[in-house]
Design a protein around this ligand. Structure first.
Ligand code: JHZ
Length: 396
């Protein structure tokens, strides 16, 4: 039984950056109601009414996973660990984005699945890349005359696919007898602790907890046997899943995560109602900070045109009245406008000028990398604004 606990209002697609041409005809801008619910039976937290994936994963997909040094290093390290641990003959990635993970492997071993055609084109010359949505039909095509996968890896993708039963069924079909599925997604516990409600947007159909993953994989004859905590994306989890009858034993680490999450009451609706109240407070305090600075004639920009910040700007109604522009290193975001609030996006080279007094950390998950990069901004008196775990001004 699903119960809504959070209403983030009318939201655009977080990936729908507008060109100056599309700004002229806003009737085409798509909005949906972003409500988040909790299922008392499976403990799964999900968007109440997911958007059609065909509207989201188009050939204009903006996010490039290799854009930050932190993520390039994290993926290289993960690839190395999986290679050493499982020595896979075949490794498949679901949601290969710009190839930041697969490029660490011998190309003969790799199968990539990436439905955004602009991204699939980036890897298809070197790696076997399927420009399709992951489902059973595709799994049957891929593995028709091929040895099954020893490792299936998927970062920030499984939580994006509405039909989990079909997704996991297709994975179960594609794994070798002792093959391992390794998935990484934002951690529900970290979101609750950080008050990072911006992790809720159209693409994050699900925000997993260890408790919910443990339940949902069972419906496809899979078994969660191990979990690890990650620092990426403001707190993520890496889940290790195998076929029901394979050789892996449930680890103590996994049991510990399940215990912690029960202690933190991630299996109770009351936890999420309290979180929802904290979100409302966070919005009010953040708005107060912005309005006060603006009244004092301060120049405020935002750092990183993240999907996450689309939720914040549209929920808090932070627009061009409060933010001059957003900087982002991603070439195909530059020159565009943010979804819903239509704030211009420019390069950091153009944007991090002497006039800037405050920069909102849209990419707060890369705080360490950004503060290191922007030492000169801080030296000359520039300050950052963040909303995690509570809204405030920071310089370190
Ligand atoms: P970042 C996307 O979300 C969408 P976003 C997706 N749904 C998902 O799950 C996560 O990624 C993984 C820029 N940047 O990674 C680059 C700078 O400009 O937090 C990116 O555009 N300067 C798939 O968008 C953005 O910030 C910098 O120094 O919330 C970061 O986006 C750095 C470090 C980043 O994901």
């Amino acid at each position: 039984m699903k119960k809504n606990f959070l209403d983030l209002g009318k939201q655009p697609l977080a990936n729908s950056f507008l060109s100056s041409k599309s700004l002229k005809d806003l009737s085409k801008e798509f909005f949906y109601n972003l409500k988040v619910s909790f299922d008392k039976k499976s403990y799964l937290v999900s968007i109440d009414k997911p958007v059609n994936p065909k509207l989201q994963y188009t050939d204009k997909y903006a996010h490039r996973a290799s854009e930050s040094k932190t993520m390039r290093n994290a993926f290289a390290q993960t690839a190395n660990t999986l290679e050493t641990k499982y020595s896979p003959d075949i490794i498949m990635e679901i949601g290969s984005n710009d190839g930041v993970f697969i490029r660490n492997f011998d190309k003969k071993k790799v199968i990539a699945v990436e439905p955004c055609k602009n991204l699939a084109r980036l890897t298809e010359k070197k790696y076997k890349t399927y420009p399709n949505f992951w489902n059973k039909k595709l799994a049957k095509i891929i593995f028709k005359n091929k040895k099954k996968a020893d490792v299936i890896f998927s970062a920030n993708t499984i939580s994006h696919i509405p039909n989990l039963k079909e997704t996991f069924d297709a994975i179960e079909f594609s794994l070798s007898t002792n093959g391992v599925l390794v998935i990484e997604d934002p951690s529900l516990l970290s979101i609750i602790k950080n008050n990072s409600y911006d992790q809720f947007y159209d693409e994050h159909v699900y925000i997993f907890s260890t408790l919910s993953v443990n339940n949902i994989v069972k419906i496809s004859n899979l078994r969660l046997f191990h979990a690890e905590k990650l620092s990426t994306h403001g707190g993520s989890m890496r889940y290790f899943i195998c076929k029901e009858n394979s050789k892996y034993k449930k680890t103590k680490k996994l049991e510990n995560f399940l215990r912690i999450e029960k202690k933190e009451k991630l299996n109770k609706i009351t936890t999420f109602i309290k979180f929802s109240n904290r979100v409302k407070k966070s919005k009010n305090i953040l708005l107060k900070i912005f309005k006060k600075l603006k009244k004092d004639n301060q120049n405020i920009i935002s750092y990183g045109a993240t999907y996450k910040s689309s939720t914040i700007f549209n929920y808090c109604k932070i627009g061009k009245n409060l933010i001059n522009y957003v900087t982002d290193t991603t070439i195909n975001k530059q020159g565009k406008f943010t979804p819903g609030q239509h704030i211009p996006i420019i390069s950091p080279e153009k944007g991090m000028t002497k006039n800037v007094n405050y920069a909102f950390l849209g990419a707060w998950n890369f705080k360490r990398e950004i503060l290191k990069k922007e030492k000169n901004f801080i030296k000359r008196g520039g300050k950052f604004i963040t909303h995690v775990p509570f809204p405030r001004i920071i310089t370190k």
